[in-house]
Design a protein around this ligand. Structure first.
Ligand code: MN
Length: 500
């Protein structure tokens, strides 16, 4: 029977954060909320650590817990705060209408069919229902934004899920990326850009010309945008607007709106938009208000050091929907694993597929590495000539995602999403002295505390690493000796009708 019923089609039903939350409320076990007053200072993240952070978060925590809405925020009677949207791979699959294990493939295909964002009228843009100008006497980011301080030693309140959007002052090409933003004063944010990020390239161009760089920060959007924004080069090179990947995921363009006070656009359906300018030649110490020496919890599971001198965003305006929902994440956790990791998987799949079509069956940017440091690659050797190509695929993975540190290679009969199965392959299909390949002295990621000169003599600068391939595949000529025990294939439901 033909049907035009689009119920269940996330691409048709999800248009913003609120419709994504509506979908979760209709699914068992995916959404919880509380109206007990919560302190955004350390308490909110403290609660969610138990409810659903998972990933690299300190134990005890829970993997694949629900999204949590906090309805009553101490000091912010107008706002609610939601955390954990992308905190389970299954949930991201529901948002993107895709089997969880195929998400890397979906994103790979989306990069190849980009749909550029479009501009809509300000009158139609939900994010501008309410406008606060920094020139207003009572304007104060610290009273306007319920940004959580994630631990008691953080440098301050952090905007952790701000979709930063800026444009190249010369070419006009735009970029969207999520960056660590700390509220520093009534109208200033500090911004940490890891070296090499595209908005930093735009900022440096503007600074060299002695000019400010307009930047919009959109908070609380369609989760497809949050995941797409986490692509990095070479998959999305300088000048590639990652919003066009979100457009491809949904099959229609992301709608943008012209900001009220700066020459830049923002995501029209966002809950909250901060409009500002990155100031040339101005730097601020990240923990100037607290002197803790710490920034905030980062994806590897450690709290980053406060930076001594960060660029400053001078805020010109905050616009928002009525009764806005603040969207946050807590740094370590499955939420980061999925947002950083699924684009990582797409990047690896894309590059290896071009080099050796059909050999790399799948990739998992593993939770233990926060989606960045560890990739488990499922490789199918079909002939003697394929021996060694699995390691070539490992090298391509490092090239396709520079922040990747470890690669574990497994065969087609290993479930890459089941860590027990991956570690089984390491126990029975791996000999340390012949199956480990070291590539020392390569640029990687400074937030991993082992990537420091103090740790290893082969590391001359922070953020360099020894990249390692753990080849847990069976040598092709020995395949016959590595057949897993074959149990009879049966219909379990005949014995247990409710079995899933
Ligand atoms: Mn980019």
């Amino acid at each position: 029977m033909a049907s035009s019923d689009k119920k269940g089609d996330a691409n048709a039903t999800i248009t913003d954060l609120r419709s994504a939350l509506d979908l979760l409320r209709s699914l068992p076990g995916e959404y919880v909320e509380t109206s007990v007053e919560v302190d955004p200072q350390a308490e909110l993240s403290g609660v969610y650590r138990y409810v659903g952070a998972g990933g690299t978060c300190e134990r005890p925590t829970r993997k694949n817990g629900p999204v949590m809405m906090f309805n009553t925020i101490k000091g912010f009677p107008e706002s609610r705060v939601v955390i954990g949207l992308n905190g389970s791979r299954k949930r991201v699959g529901q948002f993107l209408n895709c089997a969880p294990e195929r998400l890397g493939h979906l994103l790979k295909d989306s990069v190849q069919q980009p749909i550029a964002p479009v501009l809509i009228n300000q009158q139609q843009a939900a994010c501008q229902e309410v406008v606060h100008l920094a020139t207003d006497a009572d304007f104060d980011l610290r009273k306007l934004l319920p940004a959580p301080t994630n631990t008691e030693e953080d440098a301050g309140p952090y905007i952790t899920m701000g979709l930063c959007y800026a444009s190249d002052p010369e070419s006009g090409e735009s970029d969207v990326t999520i960056h660590r933003l700390c509220v520093q004063s009534r109208d200033e944010l500090s911004m940490w850009l890891t070296p090499g990020r595209h908005i930093d390239a735009f900022r440096m161009k503007a600074e060299a010309a002695g000019k400010p760089l307009p930047i919009s920060i959109s908070i609380g959007v369609d989760p497809a945008i949050e995941v797409a924004a986490c692509f990095e080069p070479p998959t999305t090179p300088l000048g590639f607007d990652e919003l066009s990947i979100a457009g491809a995921l949904r099959g229609h363009a992301v709608e943008m709106v012209q900001c009220r006070t700066i020459s830049e656009r923002a995501i029209a359906h966002a809950e909250i938009v901060i409009e500002g300018e990155l100031l040339p030649d101005v730097r601020v110490r990240e923990d100037q208000n607290t002197n803790t020496g710490k920034a905030m919890p980062e994806f590897p599971g450690y709290t980053g050091d406060a930076k001594p001198a960060l660029p400053v965003i001078k805020v010109k305006a905050v616009t928002h929907r009525r009764q806005p929902i603040w969207r946050t994440t807590m740094g370590p956790g499955e939420e980061h694993v999925n947002m950083a990791g699924i684009p990582t998987e797409a990047s690896i799949l894309s590059m290896v597929e071009r080099a050796m079509p059909g050999k790399l069956l799948n990739v998992f940017a593993h939770s233990a590495g926060g989606g960045k440091l560890l990739a488990v690659m499922q490789f199918k050797k079909s002939s003697p000539a394929d021996e060694g190509r699995q390691r070539q695929a490992g090298l391509l993975a490092f090239a396709s995602f520079p922040e990747l540190k470890h690669v574990i290679l497994v065969d087609e009969d290993v479930d890459i999403f089941d860590s027990d199965d991956v570690l089984w392959a390491m126990q029975t299909r791996y000999q340390g002295d012949v199956d480990t390949a070291f590539i020392a002295g390569v640029r990687c990621h400074p937030l991993d505390p082992s990537q420091s000169p103090a740790y290893s003599p082969s590391i001359t600068q922070e953020g360099m690493s020894c990249k390692t391939i753990f080849d847990c595949t069976v040598p092709f000529h020995l395949k016959a000796h590595f057949q897993r025990s074959r149990f009879k294939v049966v219909d379990v439901k005949r014995f247990l009708p409710d079995f899933e």
